[in-house]
Design a protein around this ligand. Structure first.
Ligand code: GLU
Length: 284
């Protein structure tokens, strides 16, 4: 699965699923890829369960069962993001001290209306970019609204953040080469909300650093996210891993597999008599 040409000293890799559904062939491939990339090193598992409303204990249990059935072995204890909100808060505090965050009080509807008024909307990997409405609020206005209890999200002022970095911000993917980070393609991303006090982007960089990950392997759908992750690593003074963004497993129609396709889950395939070997052949 992994060409031998790029072998380096033992790597620390991780598979980081969200326990919000049953694993499918795409997860098997991603987990196998990470485990193989760690050969001779360490393979870790991390549960990305910050969305506590969608996370279910039965999915977590199913996930361990499926991975063990596939013959994978990982270190314990497994890191559960929901148990580490204090770590993400510390990172947010640091960014706030650097004056790189601002509270955004816009509802989704207000953002859509603002974009419609503007008549155009630059798009990034996650959709239309935030038009920056709340970035323009004065400091006293922000304080008044926070004090009176208005709900808000914390956004990264991406241009200001990038301007604090003077050296070229580079990141390296073993298969796709060296890139200059372009975090601005995401606009002013949300890094925390009231109900979810961290975002995927923030939690991932904090955890990869705390877990000592040297090689981040994940699907090519997250390649662009790395532009932002690299900036966050720089701002937070975290070690910079290398990356391998791998292909995605698709169905017969060329569509990416989704967790909602229960019919294609590893659990269903197993019940139908598939063996782990057949799974590896199918994704190989
Ligand atoms: N939890 C993410 C996913 O399910 C993976 C994140 C990552 O590997 O950085 O796609």
């Amino acid at each position: 699965m992994i060409p031998e040409t790029n072998r380096t000293p033992p790597e620390v890799t991780r598979f980081a699923p969200s326990p919000t559904g049953l694993l499918h062939l795409g997860h098997a491939f991603a987990a196998g890829f990470a485990a193989q990339a760690a050969a001779g090193g360490r393979f870790l598992l991390r549960l990305e369960d910050i969305d506590i409303t969608r996370t279910k204990p039965e999915y977590e249990a199913a996930l361990y069962e499926d991975l063990a059935w596939l013959g994978l072995e990982w270190e314990t204890p497994v890191r559960r993001q929901s148990e580490h909100f204090a770590d993400y808060q510390q990172a947010l505090d640091r960014l706030a001290t650097m004056d790189l965050l601002y509270p955004c009080f816009c509802t989704r509807k207000e953002i859509q209306e603002e974009i419609a008024r503007a008549g155009h909307a630059p798009h990034g990997p996650d959709g239309a970019l935030y038009p920056g409405t709340c970035r323009a609020l004065s400091i006293p206005d922000r304080a008044t609204r926070v004090q009176r209890g208005d709900a808000y999200a914390l956004r990264l002022d991406v241009h200001r953040a990038k301007s604090t970095v003077t050296a070229p911000l580079l990141w390296h993917d073993i298969d796709h080469g060296t890139h200059e980070a372009r975090p601005e393609i995401f606009g002013d991303v949300v890094l925390a909300r009231k109900e979810t006090p961290t975002s995927y982007h923030l939690a991932v960089v904090v955890d990869d650093a705390l877990q000592g990950i040297t090689l981040v392997t994940r699907g090519a759908d997250l390649l662009e996210a790395t532009h932002l992750h690299r900036l966050l690593q720089e701002l937070l003074n975290l070690p910079v891993p290398r990356w391998r963004h791998h292909r995605l497993i698709v169905d017969e129609d060329g569509k990416r597999l989704a967790k909602r396709d229960d019919a294609r889950s590893l659990r269903t395939l197993r019940a139908e008599g598939w063996t782990a070997e057949r799974v590896w052949e199918a994704v190989g």
